[in-house]
Design a protein around this ligand. Structure first.
Ligand SMILES: Cc1cc2nc3c(=O)[nH]c(=O)nc-3n(C[C@H](O)[C@H](O)[C@H](O)COP(=O)(O)OP(=O)(O)OC[C@H]3O[C@@H](n4cnc5c(N)ncnc54)[C@H](O)[C@@H]3O)c2cc1C
Length: 289
């Protein structure tokens, strides 16, 4: 991304909400202040990868704050005089320039994403500070299973440089075996597929396992890879790679129904519950019992 021509303000405002009064307020009826957002970033790029799925690039006004791969940032817009924020896992690698990348699905009935989709490149929005504990454990040499549904692949794209292409002297030099399973409905939604296929060809310790859940759909014509939801392919991956439940750690991210089903599958394969880390993108379904 281009370097700014003028010094930009530090991101001291990152994460601050502005306060404003509703117009037309009277002294008798003081308005309840409504939170509005002071935009502190611009949408600097976007790439549609499938209907309703896009890579979005957001450039904060100041430096990108330090973050850990796996963390999320809230993006915000003022809609109908109210601040509306939603969290998004960044796909950016640590220390990557002045821009953050996100992989976002538009939810047509949603409150925020239809408005986010209306934003043109160059328009302003708000971004908060990095948050979240869905991060890699230091110097963890166990086999890493990264299991994602839909846009839940984003944090793993951020983590992969740490796991697969570690610096020679980094504490991760042990280079654990890494399996990235990605489940989508339609093959077009396999974001980062070309990059991941290249990575798996270059690094024998990295296995990329994409799967489509609707193999019979016209959009999946020509698909000859794995079929079924991502939790359904876990037992076959497990067998093919002869994984050791006592020497593996699993990170699960995305649609909570799939996250919970994947967790159940891993428990059945013998993984201890403590070795399974989850990031649900919305409230998990109520479970019987
Ligand atoms: C920690 C965290 C990280 C997240 N990271 C991402 C991300 O990287 N990319 C991303 O697309 N979303 C991500 N989300 C979800 C995101 O915050 C919003 O919930 C989503 O964009 C919908 O917002 P909305 O206002 O349009 O829909 P809302 O009006 O808030 O409706 C929410 C409903 O939309 C559906 N929904 C929400 N997210 C998705 C999705 N990704 N795919 C399909 N259906 C969905 C669910 O049914 C949910 O109940 C993340 C959520 C959390 C908690």
């Amino acid at each position: 991304m281009d370097a700014p021509s003028l010094p930009r303000p530090r991101l001291g405002q990152l994460g601050q909400l502005g306060r404003s009064s509703a117009p037309g307020a009277t002294a008798e009826a003081p308005p309840r202040p409504r939170a509005t957002l002071v935009p502190n970033a611009e949408l600097s790029g976007r790439e549609e990868i499938a209907p309703d799925v896009a890579r979005l690039f957001v450039r904060p006004d100041g430096p990108v704050p330090a973050f850990q791969p796996g963390q999320y940032f809230s993006l915000g817009l003022t809609l109908d005089a109210r601040a509306v924020l939603r969290p998004y896992s960044t796909a950016s690698r640590k220390g990557a320039g002045d821009t953050l990348e996100f992989l976002v699905r538009r939810v047509p009935s949603g409150t925020f994403t239809p408005h986010l989709w209306q934003l043109s490149v160059g328009e302003r929005l708000w971004i908060g500070p990095p948050k979240g504990l869905f991060t890699l454990r230091p110097a963890d040499s166990r086999t890493h299973l990264l299991i994602s549904a839909g846009t839940g692949i984003a944090p793993f794209i951020s983590m992969l440089p740490e796991l697969v292409a570690g610096e020679p002297d980094s504490p991760r030099n042990a280079r654990p075996r890494v399996v990235l399973a990605h489940g989508v409905s339609y093959q077009q939604e396999l974001a980062y597929r070309a990059r991941l296929e290249t990575l798996t060809a270059r690094h024998p310790e990295f296995v990329y396992a994409p799967t489509v859940s609707r193999p019979g759909a016209p959009q999946n014509a020509g698909w000859s890879g794995r079929a079924g939801r991502v939790e359904a392919i876990l037992p076959s991956i497990w067998g093919e790679l002869a994984l050791d439940p006592g020497d593996s750690v699993a990170y699960l991210c995305g649609n909570p129904d799939i996250v919970e089903s994947s967790r159940d599958a891993l428990l059945r394969l013998g993984m201890p519950a403590g070795a399974i880390v989850r990031e649900n993108y919305w409230a998990a379904p109520a479970r019987p019992g």
